[in-house]
Ligand binder design. Structure first.
Ligand code: TA6
Length: 308
């Protein structure tokens, strides 16, 4: 089983506008409300791929109920801790020029007792899972080193932990040596404390992280594919050129494909290929954090993985 952690779930509200101007009244042409948060996208794509997935984290209030109903509709198994606070909403404004502006709420206040309840639930799910994936930010009052604790517990049981987060949460999480991280170049610079832009520098930093004990490090370079370091080897992952209609959620879909590949016992090359195919399949899909299996299958034939 794959446990997918989304501590700070949200209702993602997508507004289509002609334009967006500060200080003016804007009328939306279309509004769409979906179950969001990076982990929920991961859970959705892994479920579409046919994996046995359980999504977990915190949910509260009417917004939490909305997300639970949506998860049922999407056939995603879930086991969330119910909290007193209200799950957040995240807003995305898409204008006619296809530029997207996002406003992400910080999330509800979670009590220490609710954090403890989550840790208990995590231990139960951990005992039944071989892969754990955690994505995104954490709600208010949740310790900024929570991922460290979750990674340590997974490591103690020899379970693979995939961490996709940023900022302080990523810097703290790295200390506990997750199995997989997926920093972008800005995050890589924050980790290494120096500018990283050339391919040579990216590879050097990936190797440093591998040596620290993080088995797999993938740095995405958008349309240029990604560079991955796994147990001392470096791989270049190249994806075909596609016309992206909605690249939001492509990183989450990559994580879902990676988790699925590991779960199926694929080689690292095949795991990276499935991950890249899912990331690209999401970009050509209008829905955020969703892929079509036929598109993934077709893309798999066009992805190249080369060892340096
Ligand atoms: O990038 C969009 C998104 O995937 C939305 O689903 C929204 O919920 C947000 O990210 C959450 O990101 P965060 O890092 O705050 O957990």
């Amino acid at each position: 089983m794959i446990t997918v952690i989304n501590l700070n779930a949200s209702i993602d509200k997508r507004y289509e506008l002609t334009e967006l101007e500060k200080g003016k009244v804007m009328r939306a042409k279309e509004v769409e409300n979906t179950a969001g948060g990076k982990g929920i996208h991961v859970a959705n794509v892994a479920t579409i791929l046919g994996e046995d997935v359980v999504a977990t984290g915190f949910l509260g209030g009417k917004t939490g109920e909305f997300i639970e109903d949506k998860l049922k509709e999407m056939s995603i198994k879930s086991d969330f801790v119910k909290i007193k606070g209200e799950t957040r909403e995240c807003l995305a404004f898409i204008t006619d020029d296809l530029v997207q502006t996002e406003v992400l709420e910080p999330g509800p206040e979670v009590s220490n007792e609710e954090v403890d309840l989550f840790l208990q639930k995590y231990d139960e799910l951990l005992s039944k899972s071989s892969i754990i994936s955690a994505s995104g930010s954490v709600p208010r009052n949740v310790p900024k080193d929570i991922y460290c604790e979750l990674i340590r517990r997974a490591r103690n049981l020899n379970k693979k932990f995939l961490l996709d987060t940023s900022g302080e949460l990523l810097l703290n999480g790295i200390e506990a040596k997750p199995f997989f991280i997926k920093p972008n170049t800005d995050e890589l610079e924050a980790i290494s404390g120096k500018p990283v832009s050339e391919e040579k520098e990216i590879i050097e930093e990936i190797s440093n992280l591998n040596k620290k004990g993080i088995e797999c490090v993938v740095v995405s370079r958008g349309r240029d594919g990604s560079i991955a370091g796994y147990m001392g080897d470096i791989y270049k992952v190249q994806v075909p050129r596609v016309t992206a209609v909605n690249p939001v959620g492509s990183g989450d879909s990559f994580v879902a494909g990676f988790a699925a590949g590991l779960h199926r016992g694929y080689s690292i090359e095949d795991t990276l290929a499935l991950a890249a195919a899912c990331g690209t399949a999401n970009a050509v899909n209008p829905e955020t954090g969703a892929v079509e299996n036929s598109v993934v299958k077709d893309l798999l034939k066009k992805i190249t993985i080369t060892k340096y």
